[in-house]
Design a protein around this ligand. Structure first.
Ligand code: SF4
Length: 325
């Protein structure tokens, strides 16, 4: 059933959730109406986020050797992907990236650690690194199911926000992971919130899920009310169970619909287009920024931080501005 775009916008202004039928209506929006829909979404984005775009960098501080079986992940126990595997990186690598983040005025430095459960000693070593950073750039951490006492240590070390994604809808979750449950993720997020962390929570689109699975995920993300909603589009990795995934569905138009839905359901939140941005959004970045106000710097972080300059250039060419805060 066609949806009234003005009603969707007004619901977002009132911070009311869209109904499932309204969410489905976005996925059914015909291509010739996408531009019009994006104008309504842009009104919401502009009211709460202006024309600013935040830029993040990512450091993978611990790689590989995870005992979980997340089907999309190169670091999982069931992946044969050829990746570098290492325990906690030396402090100098984090320190170098923190300097680049500060110098280039990126908004957040996201630090990822592979693995789902940690003994206390690696958490203590990681906290020592964070304390030594003395960084001016806010630090986020993507980490698994830490215990409450480990979460308190991370908070005291200076981490302000934790990324813990729902990844997909509840019903589809067992198709992408069987070594932990969707409910364990929800419980972990609740615990992290109670310790005082800001929450970064989103998911991955393109793993074979239905539109309703994406809607399930985004409605649950809205209930969590995170400070940031990262949306990743699957890049199939050779050696993972999803290596042969059919990503034909991930047209720029489809990806834009997902991002616009994420914005309408989370009007005041940072909505980030994360993995897959360059591959799937291609020359649709100007439309993308009508929904999205946060992206990762392009490419992998180099010692010169070149990807950050290129990313800011893309933002400006689309008529938006990097907002270093
Ligand atoms: S828990 Fe994290 S590192 Fe481990 S397989 Fe899942 S996504 Fe990869």
């Amino acid at each position: 059933m066609p949806v009234n775009f003005a009603i969707l916008r007004d619901k977002a202004f009132a911070d009311e959730p869209l109904s499932r039928a309204e969410c489905q209506g976005i996925f059914q929006c015909p291509p010739e109406q996408l531009e019009e829909l994006s104008q309504y979404v842009y009104e919401v984005r502009r009211r709460y986020k202006g024309n600013g775009v935040s830029v993040q960098i990512l450091t993978n501080a611990k790689s590989g050797n995870c005992d979980q079986n997340c089907a999309y992940c190169a670091q999982s126990a069931v992946s044969s992907a050829k990746i570098d595997k290492y325990p906690l990186v030396p402090f100098e690598i984090l320190g170098n990236n923190a300097s680049i983040a500060s110098e280039k005025k990126v908004n957040r430095h996201c630090i990822g650690l592979s693995g789902m459960r940690f003994r206390d000693d690696p958490i203590d070593a990681f906290c020592d690194h964070i304390r030594r950073l003395d960084s001016k750039t806010p630090i986020c951490c993507s980490i698994g199911f830490v215990t409450r006492s480990q979460a308190v240590k991370l908070k005291e070390a200076g981490i302000t926000r934790i990324n813990h994604n729902l990844n997909t809808g509840r019903n589809f979750y067992p198709k992408i992971c069987t070594t932990h449950t969707y409910d364990e993720r929800l419980a972990n997020i609740e615990m992290l919130r109670s310790v005082g962390f800001e929450i970064c929570c989103g998911g991955i689109v393109g793993m074979g899920e239905s539109d309703d699975d994406v809607i399930d995920m985004l409605l649950d993300v809205r209930r969590i009310a995170p400070e940031c909603v990262p949306i990743n589009f699957l890049i199939p990795i050779s050696g993972t169970p999803l290596e042969a995934s059919d990503t034909q569905k991930l047209t720029p138009e489809y990806c834009l619909k997902v991002l616009m839905l994420a914005r309408l359901l989370n009007p005041k939140t940072d909505v980030r287009c994360a993995a897959g941005r360059e591959l799937y959004l291609r020359d649709h970045h100007a439309l993308m920024f009508r929904a999205v106000n946060s992206i990762f710097a392009a490419g992998y972080l180099t010692t010169s931080g070149d990807g950050i300059g290129e990313t800011i250039q893309i933002i400006e060419e689309c008529g938006f501005k990097h907002d270093p805060k």
